[in-house]
Design a binder for this molecule. Structure first.
Ligand code: GLC
Length: 739
């Protein structure tokens, strides 16, 4: 449609049709799988509303979509197609590593490829929009949704946000096999006080602008077509009713002119926040904030008519919202071709195809982070290996948002191990359930829960069986971790240790056989201080997805040398949370090992440093860093500095290393972090090979949110650090001078 035709359509639409465009309901209402009862009806969603809802969430399957779209448009007065949205977070049916794992690859292209393939599978199944990427900056591992982000660094998150939007949308969402990206959750949802889900967020505007906004802005600048509001308040105002946040910042400053959708029921929740007097007030505040779509409540469709009639809300606000929604449908070409890419034949050939599985496996391999290794890894041929733990045979090794994943499509470690049967001798034992009786409550409806006595007896039996196996093996690989629903939405926890039953298994096994390796499945940083002491190697595999077992076996056997780096700090204990590498010095700075421990910014009982820092990850080989060389010791906004360093592979294996460049701004109009990631480059080196890695430091890299909230650099002293993680010691000073 042309702009004129779109405007004409808007003019011809009835008020009811317009308001209907602002409603999103679940797709089940069109397939008969959902019925209008209970809370949904109480929220004001009616049959009439469903009949003219502008979008649906959770409708997929080419044939089903085509049928629904055809029926829907037949009944629609102006034949306006419905828009279909879905949480395609880390894959559609081919499941990729969770976003936090993809961040660990320090390679945005990995995420772009995963997003592109996920978009293809979703598009052929009739999906138009994904509620991804989630780009909330996170610093508190108690919050379960850290697994959906790419971590604690604004630059890394921004790079990944752009890559994912590009992967989903390509150059235009109307292109074949492309879907629209929805960047979320705007804004600051990743910083709930105490890491408690949906809790209040208190961030200064300087911190918001300096650390939390950049990734959202990067995604918007990349062309994300949709933005989702966050559940939390900012400055005491819920995002979904926050005019400053949505009108001034998102649409004004960031230039977003796409569709703004509320998070699930977030418009109605303005009432529960105590920010709206009732439904009418909630509808008014959300529409005035510029929220276009009401996800899954009937507040807009039940309240806007009267608000418009009595002039409380201006008609223009309704028209602008409807126009943006029609505009997105138009960009996707739905008016000309409502079917778009939905195609049952292509579904069969594309979904879970070889290329997608290989991409999933490679992404998993690149996401694994080797935390410890005394040389026990990689496993040596002919060794007798006992695979012990709840994840030895587990097939649900994908993240909580893997809506359409099926265990039967997933490769477990045990299944992958069969490919190595002629080179190794493997035995398998479960050893323990994921959760023991004392912790069943951590996962509501946990499938392992049952009769306590029997469960306790089973725990003993499993442990005994595992100990016998461990005694007969050369080495033990303990496959431990979080249940897939221990991270994700509404999964905040006050403890970050592995489940007790698994820690008991670890302790008992290493007594029998100390040659122990831990393979850790997790959606978040955990407190691994005990595991670090007991195991000789530790490999974090996160929630690796469909090809996880294959990726793990290729890594354990040395076919793949792990190269992942932590996108989020791992604490020594939960008491350190929130924890981030780019913290401020304070007036009483303290670094571990500093003699003077009293009256410094530290704890009496734990070191300040994380157990494993941001950017950290080992390799089966070793990399030696030379000295940093700068081609000059000062720069201006018109010049730059070349920073170079030689990296040499001094070990026995070919491997990849992500060389990281951090900068410290020594003095600022606001205090500046100890250091910030400004550039990174992954290099591959054969044993004995060395490479000169070169970075260009520019004035633009040194800009930050200053005391007056403007972005810019300030002349003065800087330090550059280059190394293999955020604790890199090698540094050089340089000056930024004004012209
Ligand atoms: C959820 C999440 C959001 C998701 C939406 C739709 O509550 O907060 O990330 O996209 O609802 O499932």
């Amino acid at each position: 449609m042309t702009e004129e035709q779109l405007k004409k359509l808007l003019q011809d639409m009835s008020r009811k049709e317009k308001i209907g465009q602002l409603l999103q309901v679940t797709g089940g209402f069109y397939t008969g799988e959902s019925i209008l009862t209970g809370p949904v009806r109480e929220s004001g969603i009616t049959e009439e509303g469903v009949a003219c809802a502008g979008s649906a969430i959770g409708l997929f399957g080419a044939e089903k979509y085509k049928e629904v779209q055809r029926d829907y448009m037949e009944k629609h007065p102006h034949k306006i197609p419905i828009l279909v949205m879905l949480d395609v977070i880390n894959g559609f049916k081919t499941i990729y590593p969770i976003p936090l794992a993809q961040g660990a690859a320090f390679e945005p292209k990995v995420a772009e490829d995963c997003a592109r393939m996920a978009a293809k599978e979703a598009a052929v199944s009739g999906v138009h929009v994904t509620f991804s990427p989630m780009v909330d900056l996170v610093r508190d591992a108690r919050w379960g949704r850290v697994m959906e982000s790419t971590g604690e660094d604004a630059k890394l998150n921004s790079d990944y946000a752009c890559a994912m939007v590009k992967g989903y949308q390509g150059d235009a969402v109307g292109e074949k096999d492309r879907i629209a990206a929805c960047v979320k959750h705007f804004a600051g949802y990743g910083a709930p006080i105490a890491g408690r889900e949906y809790n209040t967020v208190e961030l200064s505007e300087n911190t918001l602008r300096g650390y939390y906004f950049p990734a959202y802005e990067a995604a918007v600048k990349q062309g994300a077509e949709v933005v989702m509001t966050s559940f939390n308040t900012l400055g005491g105002i819920p995002s979904t009713g926050n005019k400053w946040l949505m009108r001034q910042v998102l649409r004004g400053e960031m230039g977003f002119d796409g569709v703004l959708i509320s998070d699930w029921a977030a418009i109605e929740e303005l009432i529960y926040h105590g920010y709206a007097e009732g439904r009418e007030d909630a509808a008014k505040k959300a529409l005035e904030a510029g929220v276009d779509i009401d996800m899954m409540t009937g507040v807009y469709i039940s309240e806007l008519e009267k608000l418009l009639d009595n002039g409380t809300v201006k008609e223009e606000l309704l028209d602008e919202a409807v126009y943006r929604i029609l505009g997105l449908k138009n960009k996707m070409g739905l008016f000309e071709n409502p079917v778009k890419d939905a195609d049952a034949e292509r579904e069969k050939e594309i979904i879970l195809c070889k290329e997608h599985r290989e991409t999933a496996r490679r992404a998993a391999e690149k996401s694994f982070v080797l935390l410890e290794n005394d040389g026990i890894l990689p496993l040596k041929k002919k060794e007798k290996i006992a695979f012990i733990g709840p994840f030895a045979e587990e097939k649900e090794i994908y993240g909580a948002w893997s809506m359409l994943a099926k265990p039967e499509d997933t490769v477990s470690v045990k299944e992958a191990a069969h490919n190595y049967a002629d080179e190794f001798s493997f035995t398998f034992a479960k050893g323990a359930p994921v959760l023991g009786v004392s912790e069943w409550e951590i996962v509501p409806g946990y499938e392992g829960a049952g009769e306590k006595e029997a469960a306790l007896a089973e725990e003993e039996r499993l442990l005994q069986e595992a100990k016998e196996l461990a005694a007969l093996a050369d080495k033990v690989v303990l496959l431990l971790g979080e249940h897939r629903r221990m991270s994700g939405e509404a999964a905040s926890r006050t403890k970050l240790k592995l489940p007790q039953v698994q820690r008991r298994l670890l302790r008992e096994i290493v007594k029998v056989n100390p040659e122990a390796v831990i393979v850790l499945f997790t959606g978040r940083p955990l407190d691994l201080s005990e595991e670090k002491e007991l195991a000789k190697a530790m490999l974090t595999v996160w929630m690796p997805g469909t090809e996880g077992g294959a990726a793990i076996m290729r890594t354990l056997t040395g076919e793949v040398n792990p190269s992942g780096k932590l996108p989020m700090s791992f604490p020594r204990c939960v008491g350190q949370e929130p924890l981030n590498y780019n913290e401020y010095f304070t007036g009483r700075p303290y670094e571990d090992g500093c003699e003077e421990r009293m009256y410094r910014s530290n704890y009496r009982d734990v070191q300040n440093s994380p157990l494993y820092p941001f950017g950290y990850g080992l390799s089966y080989t070793k990399f030696a860093y030379g000295e940093i060389e700068l081609d000059k010791d000062s720069l201006t906004e018109k010049t730059s500095i070349r920073a170079e360093i030689t990296v040499k592979n001094i070990g026995l294996y070919e491997g990849s290393e992500t060389v990281q460049l951090y900068v410290q701004d020594c003095v600022g109009s606001v205090v500046r972090p100890k250091r910030e990631l400004k550039a990174y480059e992954k290099i591959s080196l054969a044993p004995g090979e060395e490479k000169r890695v070169s970075f260009i430091i520019t004035e633009e890299m040194l800009r930050f949110c200053r005391a007056d909230l403007s972005f810019g650099s300030e002349a003065g002293r800087f330090r550059v650090f280059i190394g293999g993680d955020s604790s890199a010691k090698k540094s050089k000073e340089f000056m930024l001078e004004t012209e």
